[in-house]
Write a protein that binds this ligand. Structure first.
Ligand SMILES: [Zn+2]
Length: 255
């Protein structure tokens, strides 16, 4: 198996980021992760496309496609459409979005419908990769079993599943079966976010650690990533040096 591995970076110079990490891909934001602004066009768009580099775009964190609140849900749809368009302009392989969460008093199933309605509002030329989250009893995909009913609503759209190992662990999903559960629900794992966790199993906290330096047993982390059988992004602390170490750590164990 030829593993395709990279890291989340600041994204100012994606091709340099790949080279500095001995990586095969890179993930970054196209706009302020805490903002709603439309991603500005990139001057290096033509260069990025011509490079053939594998690029992933992470959508802003404010986005919540499953929110009961119009003033969050509607801007989230608009911002997702804009982010997908900006991702297409640089030839990105996917746009990663957190599954979001419904209201405290709502049934999670309304979140699946809100996702369908969101995807109905625009044509997506780039796959939208829906990521599991660590916290919240009302999160759409904290429980990995929820990919199955979510996919019944949206499986026909240009979507994929992004499995984050730290979020699964902290969200209370055993890593021995995490990838298998996502594959059973969504057909495949499109992308892995391989992160160790600073917090214990089922802590519901989202704090990433460098690989081997957190709470996740090494064998479980590696087995989960291997079972997912997808490109891998490390979203771990540090810069090029730490990411390069994490990528090498994985390559050694996945070989
Ligand atoms: Zn992630």
């Amino acid at each position: 198996m030829n593993w395709i591995i990279g890291a989340h970076t600041g994204g100012e110079h994606p091709l340099d980021d790949i080279a500095a990490r001995d990586a095969d891909l890179v993930q970054f934001f196209l706009s302020d992760p805490q903002g709603w602004k439309k991603p500005p066009p990139r001057d290096d768009a033509a260069e990025l496309i011509a490079s053939g580099a594998r690029l992933y775009v992470h959508a802003p964190y404010l986005m919540n496609l499953a929110s009961p609140n119009n003033r969050i849900r509607i801007p989230s749809r608009k911002n997702l459409a804009q982010t997908v368009e900006a991702a297409a302009a640089i030839g990105a392989a996917g746009v990663i979005v957190h599954g979001g969460h419904v209201g405290d008093d709502e049934d999670i199933s309304v979140g699946y419908e809100r996702w369908r309605k969101a995807l109905d509002t625009f044509e997506s030329s780039v796959p939208v990769l829906i990521e599991n989250t660590a916290g919240g009893g009302n999160a759409v995909v904290r429980e990995l079993e929820n990919y199955a009913p979510l996919w019944e609503e949206i499986g026909d759209y240009n979507v994929g599943a992004c499995l984050d190992t730290c979020h699964a662990w902290a969200g209370g999903s055993p890593l021995e079966t995490a990838a298998q559960t996502v594959i059973a629900g969504a057909g495949s794992v499109a992308l892995v976010h391989c992160n160790d966790s600073r917090d214990p199993f089922d802590s519901r906290r989202d704090r990433h650690a460098n690989l081997g330096a957190g709470e996740i047993p090494e064998d479980q982390l590696v087995a989960c990533v291997a079972a997912a059988n997808a490109p891998i992004v490390v979203e771990t602390p540090g810069g090029a040096t730490e990411h390069k170490q994490d990528i090498a750590w994985l390559r050694e164990r996945l070989a």
